[in-house]
Design a protein around this ligand. Structure first.
Ligand SMILES: NC(=O)c1ccc[n+]([C@@H]2O[C@H](COP(=O)([O-])OP(=O)(O)OC[C@H]3O[C@@H](n4cnc5c(N)ncnc54)[C@H](O)[C@@H]3O)[C@@H](O)[C@H]2O)c1
Length: 448
């Protein structure tokens, strides 16, 4: 009886909490239905108070996406530059609480969750302080600025019992989900290779952001900005173009490869590579930056329960004449997939052995009498595309975050996942600097 009811629910496509609201069909059953409910911390529609720490490009974009969800209230904003605080007030109204010290935000009881949109060198400390203050955290990628910081966040998160989501939103997309499903169903056979790239060719794309005219030690809390890094005199270029400097940013790999690692690890259920090598150079944007503008990475993924051994090749070019594109391709023994957040192009090798027993049987019958008869082939390319009106990966990522907070559930990109995606990206920088292969234990999350 119990099994019949479960399979009936499954067929209806209902699960979890929603199952509890279909009482009439099962009225004759004596068993209560409440065991199908999730253990909810907050009811689905309880309002959540959120705050933004780091109100620059991505932080603001994240906050706007968060506010597209129901019953989310933006209560406070922290930033180190006056201009960004003024913009926040103009955007979200004069009632919004503004501060240059994120600890003021963490003291407030009405804030359930914080979005961390600061440069990378502040992610660890703010994450840890926020979790210890009992806040749920949505932290932008890369979760960490150096490999040593990863375990620290994981330990604090585990003790906190709070939800922690890292912001490589692509892996919440319909495109990534479809690719995972296809790979697991054997659509491209066994994975043996993957490749990805980011190509840009503009000052903005290469991190030469505009510097506001009023940038000065009066309008910027420079001392706070460099607190986790080396002491230096005020430098507005370092503040607004922080990605170019290793004290604050994580280079092309920490900034961009990390997205490709996140999607790849999600699609393949991988814990990461065990061998990492990187090379590159500064070819064009010689503006005082400390990081290359062309970077290549090569990675060995070991044979595991989730996937066979395979290789990954990544590249990033900020002087790419073709420009404006990003790409992730997964290759297997029977085909390949070009994966984006909104679509998947599946290519299958129709010249190979036919897996369909009916077609195989038919072919062998026909071949006995007519050896030259052509076969009917399945399509070699299949294009899966998100439905019109799809709200996109950013929206889905926040949906996952808020749902986990409200139901006491889990998220797709927790600190363990976030660390495993960030570490090989950061170790690319290490390999580039040291000019050597780096060995990484993806399971234990340690440099070998
Ligand atoms: N998920 C994505 O697709 C994506 C895209 C872009 C950026 N990012 C990530 O988002 C983060 C921010 O990048 P961005 O492009 O928005 O940078 P940005 O320079 O536009 O914004 C960073 C903001 O943080 C503020 N800030 C610096 N230190 C602070 C502190 N201690 N407390 C409060 N505010 C502080 C700065 O004043 C600035 O306004 C980075 O970690 C980046 O890697 C993610």
């Amino acid at each position: 009886m119990e099994n019949n009811r479960r399979s009936f629910l499954k067929k209806l496509g209902v699960a979890g909490a929603t199952a509890a609201i279909i009482p009439s069909v099962f009225a004759s059953e004596t068993k209560p239905l409440h065991f199908l409910k999730r253990n909810e911390n907050k009811s689905k529609n309880d309002p959540l108070g959120i705050a933004l720490i780091g109100a620059g490009g991505m932080g603001v974009a994240d906050a706007k996406t968060a506010l597209k969800h129901e019953n989310i209230n933006m209560l406070a904003v922290c930033d180190l530059y006056d201009g960004r605080l003024e913009e926040a007030k103009a955007r979200w109204g004069s009632d919004i609480y503004l501060t240059k010290d994120y600890k003021d935000i963490l003291k407030r009881d009405d804030i359930d969750a914080v979005i961390i949109g600061t440069p990378d060198h502040w992610h660890k400390q703010i994450s840890i302080d926020a979790l210890k203050a009992g806040k749920h955290v949505y932290c932008e990628k890369p979760m960490i600025h150096s490999v040593e910081e990863g375990q620290n966040i994981i330990d604090t998160w585990k003790k906190s019992g709070k939800v922690y989501m890292v912001g490589s939103q692509g892996l919440s997309s319909l495109g990534n989900e479809k690719a995972k499903q296809l790979l697991e169903a054997g659509a491209i056979g066994e994975i043996n290779y993957a490749e990805g790239f980011w190509a840009r060719n503009s000052p903005l794309g290469a991190w030469q952001y505009p510097i506001p005219e009023d940038a000065s030690p009066e309008t910027i809390d420079w001392k706070k900005f460099i607190q986790p890094a080396e002491k230096r005199p005020f430098d507005e270029k370092r503040f607004f173009r922080w990605r170019n400097y290793t004290d604050y940013g994580t280079g092309m790999s920490g900034d961009l490869f990390v997205h490709l690692f996140s999607s790849l690890h999600f699609i393949t259920s991988s814990k990461g590579p065990n061998k990492i090598a990187s090379t590159g150079g500064l070819r064009y944007w010689e503006d005082g930056r400390e990081v290359p503008d062309v970077l290549l990475g090569m990675f060995d993924y070991p044979d595991t329960e989730s996937h066979p051994a395979f290789n990954l090749s990544l590249r990033c070019n900020f002087v790419d004449g073709t420009s404006g594109s990003t790409y992730l391709k997964i290759v297997g023994s029977k085909g390949s997939m070009d994966v984006t957040w909104d679509d998947v192009l599946l290519k299958q090798n129709s010249a190979g052995e036919n897996d369909d027993p009916f077609l195989a049987e038919k072919a062998s019958e026909e071949n006995k009498s007519r050896r030259d008869r052509k076969k009917i082939l399945p399509p070699s390319d299949t294009f899966f595309e998100a439905e019109k009106g799809y709200k996109g990966a950013h929206y889905d990522h926040f949906a996952n975050f808020f749902h986990a907070i409200r139901t006491g559930g889990t998220v797709v990109e927790d600190p363990v996942f976030g660390f495993r995606a960030a570490a090989p990206a950061l170790l690319c920088n290490e390999s580039y600097r040291k000019n050597e292969f780096i060995e990484w234990d993806p399971k234990a999350m340690k440099i070998v």
